[in-house]
Design a protein around this ligand. Structure first.
Ligand code: ADE
Length: 242
């Protein structure tokens, strides 16, 4: 999968694209990430990219010309989407992450200042996405969140095939707690069932913990999960939490 990121601050992406799983995914050519400086495309003699808002008010607005020319400087893949990161967008969810991971190409436009000229959004943007109900200083961190969460869904980016199946949100529930060695530290013990070797019991315990944590922390997700269809074993456990 290919990502194109249009930004005024390409340097913000440097560490992110080199480290850990994303760094490996790029090295192994599972994903490609092109970070493009919008300012390069400004036809203004001072490479200006923003201007005062019509109608007055605080802050500056990013102008159409540099954004449009940056966007149009490369051909798009057959299946692509242009996303503008903005606190006015619809909130990113696991479902949206999975949907976007099926694209050949995702173009992420990062705004700064008060925002971008609405005519750019109306003409070129397919979707506005927010990463949560708070305001960032720019779209760059949000673009990194998108690249990170979407890349994990791309084939062969995660090592263990299973590691994106069991985790929080994939099933509709938050994930159960994890423990590693030693089995006792500072008087704190690992739950006995996890040491029992009884996999049916372990699965049941993990489902119980997921249900308990989800009901407590995210009643909205719990209700949604309870309304879905489940196999017999799951239903039996679920009933205790309804
Ligand atoms: N830009 C500024 N705030 C944002 C947010 N919450 N999500 C996405 N992009 C943003």
């Amino acid at each position: 999968m290919k990502f194109r990121i249009l930004t005024l601050f390409p340097e913000m992406f440097e560490g992110f694209l080199e480290a850990s799983i994303i760094g490996k995914a790029i090295e192994n050519k599972r994903i490609k990430v092109d970070v493009e400086q919008i300012r390069t495309f400004s036809t203004d003699k001072h490479r200006k990219v923003d201007d005062y808002p019509f109608g007055g008010g605080a802050g500056m607005v990013m102008a159409v010309q540099p954004l449009r020319d940056a966007l149009m400087s490369k051909p798009f893949a057959q299946s692509h989407k242009v996303v503008y990161l903005s606190p006015r967008g619809s909130t990113l969810t696991h479902e949206k992450v999975v949907e976007l991971s099926m694209l050949e190409e995702l173009i992420l436009v990062c705004g700064h200042y008060e925002g971008v000229d609405q005519r750019f959004i109306d003409r070129y943007v397919d979707e506005e996405i927010s990463i949560g109900d708070y305001v960032l200083t720019g779209g760059e961190l949000a673009a990194m969140v998108m690249v990170d969460s979407i890349s994990r869904m791309v084939d062969d980016v995660l090592k263990n095939e299973d590691s994106s199946k069991d985790e929080s949100h994939a099933s509709g529930l938050l994930e159960y707690p994890h423990y590693t060695r030693p089995s006792e530290i500072d008087g704190d013990n690992v739950p006995d069932v996890l040491l029992s070797g009884n996999h049916a019991e372990i699965d049941k315990w993990r489902l119980e913990k997921s249900l308990e944590i989800t009901k407590e922390r995210r009643p909205d997700l719990f209700q949604k999960y309870a309304g879905k269809t489940h196999d017999k074993a799951t239903l039996k456990v679920l009933k205790k939490y309804l």
